[in-house]
Design a binder for this molecule. Structure first.
Ligand code: B1M
Length: 210
C-alpha cells in the first residue's frame, strides 16, 4: 500500500522521481486523486511552508520541493479534471503586478481545480486590467489575487477598484503570506483566505451562490 507519509517526506526532500513513483503506485492501488493530494502532497508542501517560516529551510529547498510537487501533480491533474468534469464555476487567478512568486498561487489553482472549478490562470506579474478583462471574457464569478510581497499587496486595491469601475459583477478574493483579513477589509475586497484549501472552499461557495 502506498505510504502517504513517505510521499510527504519525499516531497519535502525534493525527491521528484520518488514522488512520481509513489503517486503512480497510489493511483494504481485505487486511492483517489483527492486523497493523494490531501494526505500526501499537500501535507508535505504545508510542512515545507512551516519550515520556511521558521527558517529551517531556504529558497533552494522550496524550489525543489515545488518541483517534486509538480511531478506528482502531473499524474493527478487529469484524474482531478475527470472527477470534476462538470464545471461548477470559473475563477480568474493570478499573482499581482510586480510579484513573481507563484508556488502558493499554483497550489491555490490546483485546489480550485480539485473542487471542479475552471481556472483561468494568468500567471504572475498581472496588472489589474488583465484580471478584469479575463473575468469579463470568461464570465468568471471570482477573481483570486495572490501577493507575497508587502510592496505588491497594494496592487490588490487597484484590482478591486478596476472591477468596480468596469461595473463587473465578480467577487475579489485575496491571499498570500503578507495578506490579512484586516487588509482585505481595508481595500474593500470581498474575501480573504489564509491558505489554498480555504480559498477553494470560498470560491466554490461563491460560485454556488452566483
Ligand atoms: Co521571495 N520573498 N523574493 N522568492 N520568497 C519572500 C516572500 C520573503 C518573505 C522572504 C524573506 O525575506 N523572508 C520576502 C518578502 C518580504 C516582504 O515583502 N515582507 C521575499 C523577497 C524580499 C523576495 C525578493 C524581493 C528578493 C530579492 O530579489 N531581493 C524577490 C522578489 C521577486 C518578485 O516577486 N518581484 C523574491 C524572489 C523569490 C524567488 C524567485 C527566489 C522565489 C519565488 C519562486 C516562485 O514562486 N516561483 C522566492 C521564494 C520561494 C520565497 C519564499 C522563501 C517562499 C514563498 C513560497 O513559495 N512559500 C518566501 C519566504 C516565506 O514565505 N517564508 C519569500 C510556499 C508557498 C506554498 O506559500 O506562497 O505563502 P505561500 O502560499 C500559501 C498562502 O500564502 C496561501 O496559500 C498558500 C498555501 O496554502 N496563498 C493564498 C497564496 N496565495 C493565495 C491566494 C489566495 C488564497 C491563499 O486567494 C486568492
Amino acid at each position: 500500500m502506498a505510504d502517504m507519509q513517505a510521499l510527504s517526506e519525499f516531497l519535502q526532500r525534493g525527491k521528484a522521481k520518488e514522488v512520481k513513483e509513489l503517486v503512480q503506485q497510489a493511483v494504481s492501488e485505487g486511492l483517489s486523486a483527492e486523497d493523494i493530494l490531501d494526505q500526501g502532497l499537500l501535507v508535505g508542501m504545508n510542512k515545507i511552508g512551516v519550515k520556511f517560516k521558521n527558517n529551517e529551510v531556504f529558497v533552494p529547498e522550496v524550489l525543489i520541493a515545488a518541483r517534486a510537487m509538480n511531478a506528482g501533480m502531473e499524474i493527478l491533474k487529469p484524474l482531478l479534471a475527470a472527477a470534476n468534469a462538470q464545471n461548477r464555476g470559473t475563477v480568474v487567478l493570478g499573482t499581482v503586478k510586480g510579484d513573481l512568486h507563484d508556488i502558493g498561487k499554483n497550489l491555490v489553482g490546483m485546489m480550485l481545480k480539485g473542487k471542479g472549478l475552471t481556472v483561468i490562470d494568468l500567471g504572475t506579474d498581472v496588472p489589474p486590467e488583465r484580471f478584469v478583462e479575463a473575468a469579463a471574457k470568461h464570465s468568471a464569478q471570482i477573481i483570486a489575487c495572490s501577493a507575497l510581497l508587502t510592496t505588491t499587496m497594494k496592487e490588490m486595491e487597484k484590482v478591486v477598484k478596476a472591477v468596480k469601475s468596469a461595473g463587473l459583477d465578480v467577487k475579489v478574493m485575496v491571499g498570500g503570506a503578507p495578506v490579512t483579513e484586516a487588509f482585505k477589509t481595508s481595500i474593500g475586497a470581498d474575501f480573504y483566505s489564509p491558505d489554498a484549501a480555504t480559498a477553494s472552499e470560498i470560491a466554490l461557495q461563491v460560485c454556488r451562490n452566483a
